[in-house]
Ligand binder design. Structure first.
Ligand SMILES: Cc1cc2nc3c(=O)[nH]c(=O)nc-3n(C[C@H](O)[C@H](O)[C@H](O)COP(=O)(O)OP(=O)(O)OC[C@H]3O[C@@H](n4cnc5c(N)ncnc54)[C@H](O)[C@@H]3O)c2cc1C
Ligand code: SF4
Length: 532
């Protein structure tokens, strides 16, 4: 059989592409390296917290709760430079199984360096939010547009004291805002029929599938059309070219049973994640006449500051139930007036209190009753501020292939080159100073802070890589066009966040889903019109 489209990778990007293509009547093969994981059994097991902790420790796992993150790959890339990391979960749904669900639109300013505008993507944002089920308040911010939301979830007590600090600083003329987070979890009746959130806080492995994943919403709906065939435990090892030099004819993959098989397709959508998609293109030496595959690599990076608010000690801790730890966001920094010391900006995700199954503050020393009391007090009274800054794009950050290391199929591992620049350090320092100021203005004290930031304090976000197959109008300087279609190979499309040509401070996945949906519609349209 020749499929209309082969989609490789079933994370947020591949899942929505498969859904869109199948519901448009195309025959689709979805090829996924991992297996199907069952919520509540393979992750998110329901048992008393101490029993679960004991079981996890016996199984050689850390932490007190089950997350799909436990299934991440180990030793699958080569780090070069300043401690790069790379998250990869091979399972049906990819990292959507363990994502935190934070769903923020990029704003009109964020699209200024893109070849498409906010207005072109906005209808897909609306569609994605309705489809996924995203909760949130409408805050009316200029560069973090409101979406279409389910019932909101308020911030916790400690975060409201951070907001008190922000309000005070705003009165002094500083540009910033503090809002409750927007997340892809069902808080009121939703068309998907997914269960309403129980505020257990275990969102890294939602046991009841209230959180949106590729595995619980788009893939089952696509299967219902009868147009989708899912190949799990199937790793694409090679992209096959057709007789014409600029056409893909299919893929070779290692099937669940072991042998190497072929799939034929009229089109191919790569959605293997920003690192793996670029790796497969580099390994096949394809779609790269621009030399830009693997370049323009960027992510978010961070640093954490904690504040103490003793006035919170006597409240009812059961009020801290909610959706995971982070409930609110410091945003709106340097949108209108850039900082002269660094390029771009950052946001700060904030959490507080003692949500179920979470001890965020762990640095207490001691033992016995006094230790327990103090650990409890600090968790109840603290508020945490975690920076997400846009990493400066530079020629020192990129991926290429490791000539010395290959996987079992002979494909070279990707090398990730990360070198923080002065701009990155200056941004982190600004974030630390701002967070400390907010805590003090909110009548708290700083519980922990890096103070003067050093390179080794910076932590890369291993799950937010983007940019390695940049979108652009000029085939000499970009890899895909504005439809996420390869300039070089017209029947090859990219369905993940590799295509982002510029990266703001906001989380990537909602934009990844919106863009992949848009790409899939354009692909189907071109196929219908026989343009590819
Ligand atoms: C703990 C955690 C929290 C997060 N929180 C947020 C958040 O709140 N908001 C947000 O926006 N983002 C968040 N993210 C990031 C988000 O999950 C990723 O940006 C997103 O999953 C990337 O989507 P993707 O489709 O590109 O790739 P992935 O989700 O990585 O999926 C890629 C899939 O492709 C498969 N694959 C790869 N290579 C092959 C191959 N050769 N053959 C077959 N299959 C292959 C993989 O097995 C995988 O299933 C979080 C991630 C994690 C881990
Ligand atoms: S808080 Fe809600 S979304 Fe998160 S794991 Fe619990 S039920 Fe699922």
């Amino acid at each position: 059989m020749i499929y209309d489209a082969i989609v490789v990778g079933s994370g947020p990007g591949g899942g929505i592409a498969a859904y869109s293509l199948a519901t448009q009547g195309l025959k689709v093969a979805l090829v996924e390296a991992g297996r199907r994981l069952i919520p509540g059994r393979d992750y998110g097991r329901d048992m008393p917290p101490l029993d679960l902790l004991a079981k996890r420790l016996t199984e050689g796992k850390g932490g007190g709760f089950d997350s799909a993150w436990d299934y991440r790959e180990q030793d699958h890339f080569t780090p070069v430079g300043d401690r790069p990391a790379h998250g990869l979960v091979k399972a049906l749904g990819g990292r959507s199984l363990c994502w935190a669900g934070h769903s923020l639109r990029f704003g009109p300013q964020d699209f200024e360096k893109w070849p498409i505008s906010y207005g072109e993507v906005a209808p897909y944002y609306s569609r994605a939010e309705r489809f996924m089920g995203v909760y949130g308040y409408k805050d009316g911010l200029s560069n973090l547009p409101d979406g279409e939301y389910l019932a909101p979830v308020p911030m916790r007590a400690g975060e409201s004291l951070l907001r008190r600090g922000v309000s005070k600083l705003k009165k002094q003329g500083l540009a910033m805002d503090f809002i409750a987070l927007r997340k892809a979890m069902v808080t009121s009746k939703h068309s998907s029929g997914r269960a309403i959130c129980q505020y257990c806080g275990n969102c890294g492995g939602c046991p009841i599938d209230s959180k949106y994943t590729s595995a619980n919403t788009p893939i089952p709906l696509a299967l219902k059309t009868g147009n989708l065939t899912v190949f799990t435990n199937s790793t694409m090892i090679r992209i096959l070219m057709g007789r014409e030099a600029n056409r893909v004819s299919g893929i070779e993959y290692e099937s669940a049973d072991g042998p190497i098989e072929k799939l034929e397709g009229k089109t191919l959508v790569l959605a293997c994640s920003a690192i793996e998609t670029a790796r497969m293109l580099l390994a096949g030496n394809m779609a790269n006449s621009s030399g830009q595959v693997g370049r323009n690599l960027t992510s978010h990076f961070g640093i954490t500051v904690l504040g103490m608010f003793p006035e919170l000690a006597r409240r009812n801790r059961s009020d801290d139930a909610g959706t995971a730890y982070y409930h609110s966001l410091l945003t709106g920094l340097y949108w209108d007036k850039p900082n002269v010391n660094f390029e771009g900006t950052y946001q700060v995700q904030c959490g507080s209190g003692l949500p179920p199954q979470r001890l965020f503050y762990r640095a207490e020393k001691g033992f016995g009753a006094a230790f327990k009391q103090e650990l409890l007090r600090k968790n109840v009274c603290h508020a945490g501020m975690n920076m997400q800054g846009s990493l400066l794009v530079s020629h020192r950050k990129y991926i290429d292939l490791d000539p010395a290391r290959r996987d079992k199929h002979g494909t070279p591992f990707p090398r990730i080159h990360l070198h923080y620049e002065d701009s990155d350090l200056a941004m982190a320092q600004d974030c630390v100073n701002t967070c400390e100021e907010i805590i003090r203005a909110g009548k708290g004290s700083v519980l922990s802070s890096p103070g003067k930031v050093r390179n080794e304090d910076l932590v890369i976000d291993q799950n937010h890589w983007v940019g390695t197959t940049k979108m652009g109008a000029d085939p000499k300087r970009s890899v895909v066009n504005t439809d996420s279609q390869s300039h070089d190979i017209p029947n090859l499309f990219i369905g993940d966040a590799s295509v982002f040509p510029d990266y703001p401070e906001k989380n990537p996945t909602l934009t990844n889903i919106a863009l992949s949906w848009r790409m899939a519609e354009r692909l189907a349209d071109k196929l219908r019109k026989k343009e590819i």
